[in-house]
Each structure stands twice: as structure tokens, then as C-alpha cells.
Design a protein around this ligand. Sequence first.
Ligand code: 4AD
Ligand code: MG
Length: 483
Amino acid sequence: MSLSISKILTMTPSDEVVSVNGWVRTKRSSKNVSFVALNDGSTIRNLQLVVDTEKGYEGVTEEVMALVTTGASISASGKLVASQGSGQAVELLCEKITVIGIADPEEYPLQPKKHSLEFLREIGHLRFRTNVFGAILRVRHALTFAIHKFFNDRGFFNIHTPIITGSDCEGAGEMFRVTTLPDQNPPLTDDGHVDFSKDFFGKATNLTVSGQLEAELAATALSKVYTFGPTFRAENSNTSRHLAEFWMIEPEVAFADIKDNMDLAEEFLKYLIGYALENCVDDMEFLSKRYAEEEKLKPQAERDEMSLIEKLEFVRKNSFERVTYTQAIEILMNCPMNKKKKFQYPVERWGIDLQSEHERYLVEKHFKKPVIVTDYPKECKAFYMRANTDGKTVAAMDILVPGVGEIIGGSQREERYEQLKQRAEEFKIPQESIWWYLDIRKFGSVVHSGFGLGFERLLMFVTGMGNVRDVSPFPRTPKTAEF
Ligand code: 4AD
Ligand code: MG
């Protein structure tokens, strides 16, 4: 059997013949010797193949070597020897090379040179083969695993909440409809609207925007649960931080208040950062170098003074700043940016929604570290957040990080039946659509809290990528659902 390159690179030279499969990254030839950099995605590192056509190996011919070009898939076997060159400890002295699939150099778009991330998005089917996407996808995998490990180690149960739902968790009303009704002449009600009682589920249904409401049901029985699934938002926001389809991690904990919730969220983020730094060393080093190169292109004043790894180490080792919305507004109202009218949305009064420019000012310029903002005006947040005693704010918490802005949104939930019912009415949420959500407040209701971490936002932060489209293998955004 052939071995993965990540495994081979840990082995010591020996007389045993090893086989390897992969895709050619580059080929350099001089007289009778060629050096082929082979990659199989198991690691960012390439295995160097040394092909000496004068050594008399029958399995390596000029004809075959002519087809060994960037992008071709090949199988190679030979002995592992100590490398003559610098850059790698071992290399494979090839005795046989078979070309599995050719890649015509005239047509193959991924030639060994620097391609822009925008160009790579256009060739989303091939960008997996670049160093940067390989690194991101391996980190994405490692963090998926770490998320399950974190919760499993702490006695949480994973709950699969539905993807098709009849309720609108966030109350934002921007959802993708799920229907099997015909698009021409659908059945209509007497008042001329589409009659969803004739639809597949007998009611209007959508793709979920969050698994929270269902996770709350499970938390009021299993105490500590979490969801990790795809969520969908039909907002027409074409920004570098929004996807129409993204993955969210949503823990929900019974008998936990907003303070417990903040502590859990902070511990969780630090754990995930630490996991990536410790388990994805090669990829993180590559991404850190890439980040430094990107920063160099920015004007001095906007440049990150820390390397990506330094920044993550800093976040991991220091406590997050915790401020109320009211404190945050005061800082923003009095800051030089606001006074010089440099914000697109000036901060003029208590009660405004924090825009991403404000969030970024707080973390990047003012505190220079992650910030947890709590107790937002109730008008800014969802109906299910617990009302504070001041009558104006709710027990919300958002975590903001440098370079990304909001990475986590969460709250202590309104566990009091009457209060919640009234809030739902104020938000014009029909009771029949969330009767079950209200019902759990009638029977053994408990203080409980939870939050949602946007997985792609986390990946942007950990990998230092500036656009959410580049941390998702198949990004869905307005007007793009290719691949
Ligand atoms: O703040 P949000 O909307 O909160 C919720 O959905 C709650 N139900 C979570 C909970 O309390 N269980 O979304 C949570 C996080 C955001 O902080 C952000 O990281 C991410 O999800 N997010 C998005 N990520 C990518 N694209 C989008 N369009 C996103 N919208 C939210
Ligand atoms: Mg939010």
C-alpha cells in the first residue's frame, strides 16, 4: 500500500521501497536529473522525488517524465534517502513513476505562481490544490474535531436540530423558503396569498437560521447540549463576513446565567485557538507568513503589528475585556474617530445598533483585544433575550475580535412565561408558531443561557483570511452558488 506524504516525511531512510500517490506541484530538471515536488494534501509539505534517468531504472523513462507536469496525478516508488538539498530531511529516489492522470500545461490554470484569491474563487473546483486552501481546510477539519472534543470532554450532548423549520428563530424574517408547490399557478387562499396549507408540510417552512430554539428544548432536559450545523440567511449582504449558508456552533446550558455563558464562550474560543496552534503547526506557520505578506501591502497605520501566531497567542493568554453596551457607546461617542466624523454611521445617541466599524474600533483601536459587550438595548436584539431590571436592556452578549468583528452572539434566555409571551407579541411573532417554545416555560422552567459561534468567522480569525468566501469550501453568497 502506498503511504501518505505526511507519514513518509516522518520516516528515516531505509532500503525498503515505498510507494506514494499525489499531484505534481513543480518539476525542475537539469541534465539527467529531475526534482519533482509531490503533494497529496495530507500535509502542506511536499515530498521531493529525485528522478535520475541515467541510473538505469526501467520504471523511469523520458517519455513518462514528459507527462509529469504541474497538476498531473502520479504514483511513484523508490527508496527513501537522506536529502542532499536543504529544505527537507528525506527525499524519494524514484525507481518507478506512473502517470495516473495528465494535466495539459496549456490548459491547467494552476501554474506554479502566485494567484489572487479572487481568481481562485473562480476556479473553486481546483483551488483545493493550492497551499492556502489545503492549509485552511486542514485547520477547518481540526477545529471541527476540537469543537466536538471540547464539549464532549465537558459533558455536553450534541443535538441535531432541524434544517427545515416552521419558525423563525432570530425574527429577522430573511429566510429561504422550502416548498414543493408548483412555481406556476400555486394554490391560493381566498385573500390571494399562496396557500401553504396545501404545501408538503401543511404550512410554510424555511431553512433554519439557527438551531437555538430547539436546542433550548433539549437543554431543559439534558442540561448541557450543543448543536453544530448549517444555518441559512437570505440577507442580501454582500460583505466579506457574510455567507448565505454558514455553520454555527450553539451551546445551550440549563442553570447557567449570562456570566456563566461569557465564561464558557471565552474558554471555548481560547481552547479552539490553542488547538489550532498546537495541532496544525505547519499550516499555521504558512498562514502566519501569508498574513504578514498581506499586512505589508497595507498602509503603515492599518498594519497589524503582530504576526498571526503572536496575535492568537496573545488572545489565548489574556482575558477578554467585558463592557456593557452603555459603556461601549460612551467610548464610541467620545472617541476621536467619531469627533472627526470619520465613521460612516456617526455615534450620536444611546440606543443605536453597533455597526461593524464601531465594533472594530472598540477591539482594534481602543481595547486592542477581544471584547465582550453585554446588556444591549432590547430594541436591538431578539425577542427571547432575558429582560434586565432597568426595563431598557436585555441580557445579551456579543464577542468581538480584531479583524473580524462579531464572532459570537448569545444571551441569557427569558425563562419567565409571561414576560416571554409579551415579548413575542411585541415582535408580532404568532403564538401558534412557537407555542412549544413558550410551553417549556410553563413546566419546570429554569434559568438558561447559550450562544452561537459562526464557524467561518472563527476560521477567518484563526487563519487570518480577510474574506469569509476563502474559508468555506463552497461559499454561498448573493448571486453565487457555483460548484
Ligand atoms: O448573532 P447571531 O444571529 O445569533 C444567533 O443566531 C443566536 N440564535 C445564537 C444563539 O444564541 N444560540 O449569529 C451567531 C453568530 C454571529 O456572531 C456570527 O459569528 C455568525 O453567527 N453569523 C454569520 N456568519 C457568517 N455569515 C452570516 N451571514 C452570519 N450571520 C451570523
Ligand atoms: Mg448577532
